[in-house]
Ligand binder design. Structure first.
Ligand code: NI
Length: 311
């Protein structure tokens, strides 16, 4: 990377490189899945299924980005047809948070979280931090997120330190604004737990796309946190996740897409969208021995409780 770039430009370039790496991985997965599903035409998309009695909330999406620039309104219409009554979309940079505020203001069923994702951590100035207080008062803004720690993509110790600093600062911001947080944790379980038990002990919210052990889940549940599950629940290599979904109390479970990433089967590797939360919800219902209607009612109640939604 060019040495003469200013920090902002360097961060943007790094972010672009990481997105390219993720897109390439998605492409690889997509061609694998296409091989598996080639010739199978019996896949019914969620928006063609009966949505009577289904009222789901996709509690974690990223619909502000260019992946949806071509069909954002159609995508939201498909979600509605699939029984998804609301979507919570999260910013991951200052720019994307500003777009989230606009989206939430212009759509009744779109709620938003504003925050800086750990992959994009930077030394936040006071003026930038002040933006959050303004955004928090806007229509349908319900959380600070997506914030957290990501040691999978970030191997550099100094940058991990910056992530922790920014995470702690955004936790404080959320407490000041009396908002829940939405937390990303990838391969940073130890540091995450220690921060949540110290600086974050008075925060509330969701550990999204939970990827820890049952032991860790129990600790988080005891501390009052909600856990979100995404498309990986449907993968053959879902590991400990199904067991956690089965054992955890119903009143702390949330279902999410994290779209455009993490599509559930049979769409793995393709662009994800809020309608597909129904597939993850169905999978969770099956694991828990409940009907989709039951699970949808409970998880939507949970979404309303933790994010203070009213619709
Ligand atoms: Ni996310």
């Amino acid at each position: 990377m060019a040495e003469n770039l200013d920090p902002g430009a360097r961060a943007a370039a790094e972010q672009k490189a990481r997105k390219a790496a993720r897109d390439a991985a998605r492409q690889d997965e997509s061609s694998e899945i296409n091989k598996i599903t080639a010739g199978k035409s019996d896949i019914i998309p969620p928006w063609e299924m009966d949505a009577t009695g289904i009222a789901l909330v996709d509690t974690h999406a990223h619909i502000d980005g260019e992946d949806f620039d071509g069909d954002r309104e159609e995508m939201l219409a498909r979600a509605k047809q699939a029984g998804v009554v609301a979507v919570i979309t999260f910013g991951d940079t200052m720019e994307s948070s500003a777009r989230v505020v606009k989206l939430a203001a212009s759509h009744e069923n779109v709620f938003g979280g504003v925050g800086v994702h750990p992959e994009n951590a930077f030394p936040l100035t006071q003026a930038e931090e002040d933006n959050f207080s303004v955004w928090a008062k806007e229509k349908n803004i319900v959380a600070i997120g997506e914030i957290g720690l990501d040691y999978y993509w970030e191997k550099d110790e100094d940058k991990r330190k910056l992530q922790r600093k920014m995470f702690v600062r955004q936790l404080a911001l959320a407490r000041g604004l009396d908002l829940p947080v939405c937390i990303h944790d990838r391969e940073a379980h130890g540091d995450l737990m220690s921060i949540l038990k110290t600086e974050g002990r008075k925060n509330r919210g969701v550990i999204h796309c939970f990827s820890g052990s049952w032991e860790m889940a129990k600790e988080l549940l005891k501390l009052g946190w909600y856990l979100g599950v995404d498309g990986p629940l449907t993968y053959k290599n879902a590991a400990k996740l199904p067991e956690i979904v089965q054992k955890m109390p119903a009143d702390r479970l949330l279902v999410e897409t994290d779209c455009p990433y993490l599509s559930p089967l049979p769409y793995r590797g393709k662009r994800n969208e809020p309608a597909y939360v129904r597939i993850t919800a169905e999978c969770a219902a099956k694991i828990r021995g409940e009907s989709l209607a039951e699970l949808s009612e409970q998880t939507t109640e949970n979404a309303c409780a933790v994010y203070g939604l009213n619709f």
